[in-house]
Design a binder for this molecule. Structure first.
Ligand code: ASP
Ligand code: MG
Length: 470
């Protein structure tokens, strides 16, 4: 079997995390599997880099020095505690010191220029994975395994120049990755690749967007024709809902790519929105597994035809920190282009729309936007749309949340919505807005923030999500 194992930041918190990851790999290599490893930055490092880049931009050198020092201490401690062999430890320490010096120079440059661009931002963010990958590689070597570290670019991942959210040039990437690391796998050498970071065709460092190391894993999976891609983190898998909201929540054993995409969009695992694409395109199963509990089976994400049909609703996700905006006016009735205008205005002000619904009377359109962008959204809409005779009013409601019920079994099954809204009504909860995509994989609705958790619990019970599998 050929696997891609990606270790998320949450599983790489400290030396124990690094050692645990290395042991998981050794286990499977010992069974005769070919494994390519993708490493995330140590937990929270990407956020810290983002922060320090911003203070560098404002010209502050003190925080830059402090942060680089902190990163150095943390990474060097992890090396000391996870790599026993002296020679290996010395080599990786030197590698890391050079990378840390480069980081300090880059940040100093940014602070002198007082300018942080998307391009230089990606350069700074790349250091999280550039620091963690050689450590994981050394920890593998320390266990007697043959391993070699690569940045994303060195491994052959090539993207466009959309810094901050670059897209892989898939055909080129597949070709290069196979060429650069495919041979190692067959020779029994473990390539350890920095997730999240890549290179553009002209050699600039790019990133695939936050959470992008999952994406690196599936890109490599597609390029290396892996049998499966395993995403190791600190959770048992995708859950029926947030266990903090509903203690009866359980891990979903199997789910289709389409369902997982719906869940990821609604924030289930903070997964990169395109992370499943390459695996889905090639039909490569993806497993989400817990590095702290390697014996637990996790969640298998696979093509729909292989997923057992279970209950109609498989998962409930609660999406907080959103707000509802309603644009209304009789002038909108029968006037083509009104919706386009609303979306255009919001698009130009960089307001992401999470959910849309329009009644067939066409007299109003309701939208869900991130709460922190509510002010900007309403201002932009008022400036652009009020005053004419198209639109009468723009109303907003700040304290709402969205609940999404996801499951492919809803498709073509009558009565799911009735059952769902009945359960909500029985709790006396008022539904503010509803949307269902024509894919019928997802019914989403908005309620008052204060009612969100109770609504989730009511539905978890109604659809018997806590029951063990038959
Ligand atoms: N380190 C990157 C991030 O925090 C990528 C990843 O963890 O997947 O976004
Ligand atoms: Mg991460």
């Amino acid at each position: 079997m050929r696997y891609i194992f990606k270790f998320g930041g949450s599983s790489l918190l400290d030396a124990d995390g690094v050692k645990r990851a290395a042991e998981v790999v050794r286990n499977y290599v010992g069974k005769g599997c070919e494994v390519a490893v993708v490493s995330s930055a140590l937990s929270e490092v990407t956020n810290q880099l983002l922060e320090v880049a911003e203070s560098a931009e404002s010209g502050a050198l003190e925080p830059v020095k402090r942060m680089v020092q902190e990163l150095a201490e943390r990474h060097l401690t992890v090396i000391n505690q996870s790599v026993k062999d002296e020679g290996l430890r010395r080599d990786v320490t030197e590698t890391l010191k050079a990378i840390l010096e480069e980081l300090e120079r880059v940040l100093t440059g940014i602070s002198y220029l007082g300018e942080l661009t998307r391009k230089s931002g990606d350069y700074v963010l790349s250091f999280g994975e550039r620091l963690s990958t050689p450590i994981l590689c050394a920890a593998l070597a320390d266990l007697g395994l043959m391993a070699r570290a690569f940045t994303g670019g060195e491994a052959g991942v090539v993207t466009d120049t959309n810094f901050g959210e670059a897209r892989p040039l898939m055909e080129l990437t597949k070709h290069q990755v196979e060429l650069r690391i495919g041979g190692l796998l067959t020779d029994g050498i473990i390539p350890v690749v920095a997730g999240f970071i890549a290179t553009s065709q002209d050699g600039s460092v790019t990133t695939l967007g936050r959470g992008g190391s999952d994406y690196t894993a599936t890109i490599l999976g597609a390029a290396l024709k892996a049998d499966e891609v395993w995403l190791w983190s600190d959770v048992d898998g995708l859950m029926t809902t947030d266990p903090k909201v509903e203690p009866g929540a359980r891990t979903i054993p199997e789910i289709s790519f389409e369902e997982a995409v719906e869940m990821a969009i609604f924030g289930a695992k903070r997964m990169h929105p395109r992370a499943l694409e390459p695996a889905m395109a090639e039909g490569i199963p993806v497993r989400i597994r817990n590095a702290f509990k390697p014996e637990a089976p996790g969640t298998l994400i696979t093509s729909a035809k292989r997923v057992r049909a279970e209950g109609v609703v498989k998962a409930l996700t609660l999406f907080r920190n959103v707000a509802l905006v309603t644009v209304s006016g009789f002038g909108m009735v029968g006037t083509p282009g009104t919706a386009a205008k609303v979306f255009d205005v919001l698009g130009k002000s960089n307001v992401n729309i999470l959910m849309i619904s329009q009644s067939s009377s066409e007299a109003n359109i309701s939208l869900i936007v991130p709460r922190e962008l509510l002010g900007r959204a309403v201002n932009a809409l008022e400036t652009a749309l009020l005053g004419g005779n198209l639109i009468r009013g723009i109303e907003m409601e700040e304290d709402v949340c969205v609940i999404a019920a996801v499951g492919a079994g809803m498709r073509g099954t009558p009565g799911v919505a009735a059952k769902l809204f009945n359960a909500i009504a029985q709790k006396g909860i008022n539904v503010r807005m509803i949307a269902q995509g024509s894919s019928e994989l997802n019914i989403s609705f908005a309620v008052k923030e204060a009612d969100g958790e109770e609504a989730v619990r009511a539905l978890h019970q109604e659809f018997k999500l806590a029951l063990p599998e038959m």
